[in-house]
Ligand binder design. Structure first.
Ligand code: NIG
Ligand code: FE
Length: 397
């Protein structure tokens, strides 16, 4: 992960939506001469990165949860806040009440902010509906926005984010509803590519998560897990067993869990902003995961309860300061490894011939500054599929 190639004075040739060539600038005239079509030249002042990939967000929600934040400051913990009517179920009541159009408007401006901070591929989960129609509504919001926004959105069905209140005393029935009614409906309408479960003591058990994700695989979904976030329960081991594309959070992962991920292609997605926002003093064991041989990615976890940050560069800073990663490792973690966490590593997350031309300019002299100016808006331009991104204003020339 620390092995990134940094080219000084480089050039990139884009042909349509893809990168055709990258190399030393002095070789560019030769490459240009071989190219059939006329080439438009754009000078970059700063550092060009592969477009950042936010592989874990809960981007479709209504109101922010300000009371949760204040209660937490006063010493009430995440689970107690949920028990008192806050938490995920507060966002569920809110999302159920809102129209699809209203959610599109709210989500569009929030995703535009993520894009302005350099995210060019964004995974977006449902999970604030917890009933068929409300889950489909969230996924339709994502579908509408993937047609409106100039980025790639990867929709994930998270119907098993929490047991809704109406199923409190009959949770097996809710699991059945997710497996037998929601998953087939989402598959029929092709509304999601991945399926995720919040596997955590007090939310969904390992056995329930296995049941849901096994059903999801049979419908052709890639599977992901919120695993071992607050307490270790074997979520990482389950992710490896199921061939999940990722196991996410992992702040309480066990030694056997680390071993299981290291021995599997499942990516460990770490979310340091979440632990920070929750006021936790601990973080996921990033260094131990990497040393064991696991692939680590970083993401925002953008959501109204535990991580309202829109900035992958901020998450990269936290990767260095809170997780003990090197600059090169955090770059790998939000590019090629984040692509792998979405099954997209074949042609995203690198500036290389054949890859989708998603690129981000960081206004800096040294590439490491992307993870240094903590909280600053360091991204000065964004291209997706070869075109300058309008959300950043006029294209540079
Ligand atoms: O990733 N852990 C579960 N889900 C979210 C929190 C969602 C919420 O609190 O609304 C997370 O942190
Ligand atoms: Fe999450």
């Amino acid at each position: 992960m620390a092995d990134v190639e940094v080219l000084a004075d480089a050039a990139v040739l884009i042909d349509g939506a893809r990168i055709a060539w990258v190399g030393p600038r002095r070789e560019a005239p030769k490459v240009e001469a071989q190219h059939a079509a006329p080439v438009r030249v754009v000078e970059i002042d700063g550092v060009l990165f592969p477009g950042f990939i936010d592989c874990h967000t809960h981007g479709v929600f209504g109101a922010p949860r300000l009371d949760d934040q204040e209660r937490r400051a006063l010493g009430v913990d995440y689970k107690a806040i949920a028990a008192a009517g806050g938490g995920i179920l507060q966002s569920v009541r809110d999302v159920r009440r809102r129209s699809e159009a209203e959610l599109v408007t709210l989500t569009r401006s929030r995703l535009e902010t993520l894009i302005a901070h350099g995210a060019t591929t964004i995974e977006v989960k449902s999970g604030y509906g917890l009933e068929l129609e409300a889950e489909l509504k969230q996924l339709r919001v994502i579908r509408q926005l993937s047609e409106q926004l100039p980025v790639t959105l990867i929709p994930t069905f998270l119907g098993a984010h929490e047991v809704p209140p109406e199923y409190r005393n009959k949770r097996a029935e809710y699991v059945r509803l997710v497996c037998e009614e929601m998953l087939p409906a989402v598959a029929r309408e092709k509304l999601a590519q991945c399926c995720d479960v919040f596997c955590e003591p007090g939310v969904f058990t390992v056995a329930e998560s296995r049941q849901i994700l096994t059903a999801a695989r049979s419908h052709g979904f890639a599977v992901k897990l919120h695993a071992d976030e607050l307490e270790g329960s074997g979520g990482a081991e389950l992710a490896a067993e199921l061939g999940a594309v990722s196991a996410d959070h992992l702040a309480a992962i066990s030694e056997p869990g680390i071993g299981a991920l290291a021995a599997s292609p499942t990516v460990a997605v770490l979310l340091p902003a979440t632990m920070l926002f929750l006021g936790k003093r601990s973080q996921a064991p990033a260094r131990r995961l990497i040393d064991a041989g696991a692939a680590v990615a970083l993401a925002t976890d953008f959501n109204p309860g535990t991580s309202p940050t829109v900035s992958l560069p901020l998450v990269m800073s936290l990767g260095v300061s809170q997780l003990g990663l090197r600059h090169a490792e955090v770059v790998t973690a939000v590019t090629i490894n984040a692509a792998a966490a979405l099954g997209l590593a074949a042609d995203r997350g690198q500036i290389a011939a054949g890859c989708v031309a998603d690129l981000v300019v960081v206004a800096a002299d040294d590439w490491r500054e992307v993870a240094y100016w903590m909280g600053k808006e360091v991204v000065s331009a964004v291209w997706t599929a070869g075109s300058a991104c309008p959300t950043k204003g006029a294209p540079i020339s």
